[in-house]
Design a protein around this ligand. Structure first.
Ligand code: MN
Ligand code: MN
Length: 309
């Protein structure tokens, strides 16, 4: 246990990081694949969870970003610690359930796990998508307090489906930002962490930003950083992000994880939380607490079998 930690504050931020993924996913799915001009024409400023979009979602319904995050969370919670085969099994079960959305890279990785039992997909130049980065919250939570372990497990979970240096860097970099925000880092400290990441990985440099919001993880991280550092609260950050269109549910989910971790549970607009699929809302909140309980920040070893759930 980190002695100076206010665990109530940590838990609020941890819950908000996971809720942020679901809220950003549900909000952004409406504008996924649209251009900013099309969004303006159809919605003015899109700032309500109304469903629809190309997937024809119900209001408050979430997609693969939240569902794959929940697969990881369930596997780790059920095992009482890190369980990579358990995570792959959950992905496989989820895929067999015909999810509302599933990216091509994730589908290939999960299929190869099913056919060959392969937990690491071979390196592939096309794997620089954001599909592994979008599901980082449960990894950041169960390793809270140990950034090295987080980075290692971030890459392990990523490579079930994505094996590319840029995806790896995004997973570890976003995980680090989420952990530091949960542990109370200031905005200036988060900015420094983002700039350090951009110095190591220039594809993430977010100034100047030209509105590129695709599923390429470089674009995704740039979009999220640009809007997180360009706004001053959870709502404005998410609204700016999803009105950029492109891969809006995923940029929304990733903006939501960082903004949630930074602004905490009270920063998330109540009307968005009320609109969110209730089962999802309840499960992510409960899971966040159980994952933090397994973490080094709570005095536990997520890779040991301490059963400290
Ligand atoms: Mn999605
Ligand atoms: Mn997406």
């Amino acid at each position: 246990m980190i002695p100076s930690l206010d665990m109530a504050d940590v838990l609020s931020r941890a819950r908000a990081a996971f809720l942020g993924v679901a809220v950003g996913d549900a909000l952004g799915a409406t504008t996924e694949y649209l251009m900013p001009e099309e969004i303006r024409r159809l919605h003015g400023v899109h700032d309500r969870i109304v469903g629809g979009g190309w997937l024809h979602l119900a209001p408050g319904q979430v997609t693969d970003d939240t569902e794959m995050s929940l697969c990881i969370a369930r596997a780790v919670i059920d095992a009482g610690g890190w369980d990579l085969p358990g995570i792959a099994d959950r992905f496989a079960r989820w895929m067999k359930g015909k999810p509302v959305d599933l990216g091509a890279t994730c589908r290939r990785g999960i299929r190869d796990y099913l056919l060959k039992g392969q937990l690491e997909t071979p390196p592939n130049e096309w794997d620089a998508g954001n599909g592994a980065a979008m599901r980082m919250v449960p990894v950041a939570l169960c390793t809270l307090g140990d950034e090295e372990r987080m980075a290692r497990l971030a890459v392990a979970q990523a490579r079930i489906t994505h094996n590319h240096p840029l995806s790896d860097a995004a997973c570890a970099g976003l995980g680090r930002m989420v952990q530091r925000a949960i542990l109370g880092a200031s905005r200036a400290q988060l900015r420094a962490a983002a700039e350090e990441l951009c110095a190591r990985t220039p594809a993430f440099r977010f100034e100047p930003y030209r509105g590129e919001a695709s599923g390429y993880v470089g674009d995704t991280v740039r979009t999220v950083f640009h809007h997180f550092f360009g706004t001053g609260n959870f709502r404005d950050c998410l609204v700016a992000t999803v009105n950029q269109g492109g891969d809006a549910d995923t940029t929304g989910a990733i903006a939501g994880m960082i903004a949630g971790a930074h602004y905490g549970r009270k920063g998330i607009p109540e009307r968005w939380l009320r609109r969110l699929d209730r089962r999802v809302r309840d499960e992510v909140e409960a899971a966040a607490g159980r994952l933090v309980a397994l973490s080094p920040a709570a005095g536990n070893d997520p890779e040991g079998r301490n059963g400290a759930v």
